[in-house]
Design a protein around this ligand. Structure first.
Ligand code: 5AD
Ligand code: SF4
Length: 358
């Protein structure tokens, strides 16, 4: 269905809808079935701080956004959310925040990681805290962090420049280097892109797919662009494609990245769910195998305001997990608890690294 080494043009053709989506998604599901199984892994998402020193033009947490009440959760608050999730069977948690300079702010995160190592055996912690100095990643890894998610956002340097202010904090080269550093220092490494932002072409998205394949990443977290009224986007870019178009583009990207990689974990993201009420199921049917229910305490929820209409389920984690399990069963997928859900790709990559060094 997909040539072994698809070209940029072939990918762009499929992204534009030149092929059959049903065939594409079925092929992606076959690959998932073969490499991982008909399962869904869960990561409990905790949005630990909405502070950010960067100013990405599309993001509601950007530094210059006025009137947003900023917070950072205390380590003890994070412990109690983690302990609650663990009791329900979750064995992987994603701690997410904006990007801050330096490493002082990482002390609290390191304390959380050390606590997990002691108190929550068999848990894999995922971090998504933006670009850090190398000693920041090292410190987190030494404290027990195992997975790091850093979206490239746009693999095209010119698109990256268009949506990131030209200041010392934003450098496409440095971001690529950060991903390379994570990969070679043994982190289970994830990246992803924004899909359907105004001005982006299917050729750009084809390049993103080739980038993710060539970076040899272990996990993918990508989602559609969603309008964010607190940002300058409206003033600088035209309208985005309509929500259904962005949703379908995201599904095609999901299926294609599944077909172009082997044994990686791919998330069906909150942004997809925001644009489409059954976005999670649609993502899973296109080859995704990870969902990340939001466990952020209600007092902070609304303040992690990345974009408008961010999908929020106001229910207890227990009910959310039960409900998701039922929904996934109805599409023939089993929700896996009590298992951190490592991607086979990571094990292979680590064995390969050992062979090369040993
Ligand atoms: N729409 C969708 N995703 C967004 N992000 C930031 N702003 C938006 C938006 N308007 C994503 C970025 C970033 C993560 C924190 O949220 O890709 O990696
Ligand atoms: Fe900060 Fe990330 Fe938003 Fe950029 S996308 S402004 S780095 S939270």
């Amino acid at each position: 269905m997909l040539p072994r080494d698809p070209s940029r043009d072939e990918l762009a053709f499929l992204l534009e809808g030149g092929g059959s989506d049903q065939d594409l998604f079925a092929a992606a599901r076959d690959d998932l079935h073969r490499d991982i199984g008909d399962v869904v892994y869960m990561r409990g998402l905790i949005e630990i701080s909405n502070r950010c020193g960067k100013n990405c033009l599309y993001c509601g947490l950007r530094r210059d956004r006025q009137g947003l009440d900023r917070y950072s959760m205390a380590p003890e608050e994070v412990f109690s959310v983690l302990a609650g999730g663990y009791r329900l069977g979750l064995r992987s948690f994603l701690l997410q925040s904006g990007e801050m300079q330096g490493i002082d702010h990482l002390e609290g995160v390191a304390a959380v990681l050390r606590w997990c190592r002691e108190e929550l055996p068999g848990t894999r912690m995922v971090l998504s805290l933006g670009e850090l100095p190398e000693d920041g990643y090292d410190m987190l890894r030494a404290s027990g962090g195992e997975r790091y998610l850093l979206r490239i956002e746009f693999s095209s340097p010119s698109l990256y420049r268009r949506f990131h202010p030209d200041d010392a904090l934003h450098s496409h080269d440095r971001r690529v280097e950060a991903l390379q550093y994570l990969g070679r220092s043994g982190w289970q490494t994830g990246t992803g892109v924004l899909i359907g932002i105004p001005g982006q072409t299917c050729g750009d998205l084809a390049d993103d797919l080739l980038f993710m394949r060539d970076m040899d990443i272990d996990m993918v977290g990508m989602g559609p662009y969603v309008e964010s009224p607190g940002t300058p986007m409206a003033g600088i870019a035209g309208p985005a494609p309509d929500p259904e178009t962005r949703t379908v583009l995201t599904l095609r990207m999901t299926a294609l990245v599944r077909l172009m990689t082997e044994g990686v974990n791919i998330a069906a993201t909150t942004a997809l769910q925001t644009l489409s009420p059954d976005g999670l199921e649609r993502g899973l049917m296109a080859g995704a195998n990870v969902v990340m229910p939001n466990l952020t305490p209600a007092v902070y929820r609304g303040r992690y305001d990345l974009y408008s209409g961010k999908s929020e389920v106001n229910d207890s984690p227990e009910r959310i997990i039960g409900e998701l399990g039922r929904r996934f069963r109805s599409i023939g997928r089993e929700l896996i608890l009590e298992d951190p859900g490592d991607p086979p790709h990571y094990r292979e990559r680590m064995m390969e690294m050992e062979r090369n060094h040993g």
